[in-house]
Design a protein around this ligand. Sequence first.
Ligand SMILES: NC(=O)c1ccc[n+]([C@@H]2O[C@H](COP(=O)([O-])OP(=O)(O)OC[C@H]3O[C@@H](n4cnc5c(N)ncnc54)[C@H](O)[C@@H]3O)[C@@H](O)[C@H]2O)c1
Length: 233
Amino acid sequence: MIGRACVGALLAEGATVVVVDRDENALRTAATAWQETSRRVLTLAVDVTDEPAVLRMVDEVQKQTGRLDVLVNCLGVFQATPIDELSLDDWQHVLDINLTSIFLCCRAAARVMKGQGSGRIINLGSLAGRVGGLAAGANYSVSKAGVICLTKSLARALGGTGITVNTINPGPVDSPMVDAWPPGKKEEQLARIPLGRLGRPQDIAGAVVFLASDAASYIHGAQIDVNGGLEMS
Ligand SMILES: NC(=O)c1ccc[n+]([C@@H]2O[C@H](COP(=O)([O-])OP(=O)(O)OC[C@H]3O[C@@H](n4cnc5c(N)ncnc54)[C@H](O)[C@@H]3O)[C@@H](O)[C@H]2O)c1
């Protein structure tokens, strides 16, 4: 959902966008709509928890476009299982998708960006990763805290390479992910948001476009909260 808004916003800025998702059907449907208005969108069906597949994906992007300027890691799964009911399998599953995949994509993309002497890496964290989860289970919250820390580690390691790495932490966004929250949670959080509404996917896409732009060239290792004031640091 947020990814789609990011694709639209980046296309509007003139970027060539390679959209990656493991859901081939959703990708095909979305691609048909995008390709009606732009020839600058390509799609690849990849499960980004699969290390060899991620390496092939980055090779393919280079082959098709000749460059890799911006990596936006905007994928994930949500779970709200209470800690005493959380299985080890569910713990591992969410960490694999929400955190390990981002490590794999960042590592592969950074190798290419280092060669270019430039690049932007933008990781989608979550407010849950800062506060331990408002509706999310521990596995989701910890995976997002991991994304925030991974971003900082990468920012330290990649200083001087021309690459910047940052995290965007959305609060609740009007999306299927929030519709999957336990009953009553959405209304409870909505009542606490000073701006009086849930986030929209375009709100997050705006922050992505900003971090990808020249205006953000000195922002590195940062977390940008996009949450309507729900939590302030
Ligand atoms: N929606 C919210 O309220 C909210 C709030 C805070 C943070 N976020 C974060 O924003 C990002 C986008 O969220 P969204 O609401 O658009 O979610 P979404 O469920 O609409 O989209 C997530 C996408 O990730 C894809 N995906 C999952 N596992 C994958 C894998 N292994 N390989 C490739 N693709 C895979 C899914 O197919 C799906 O298209 C996520 O990182 C999410 O945690 C969302």
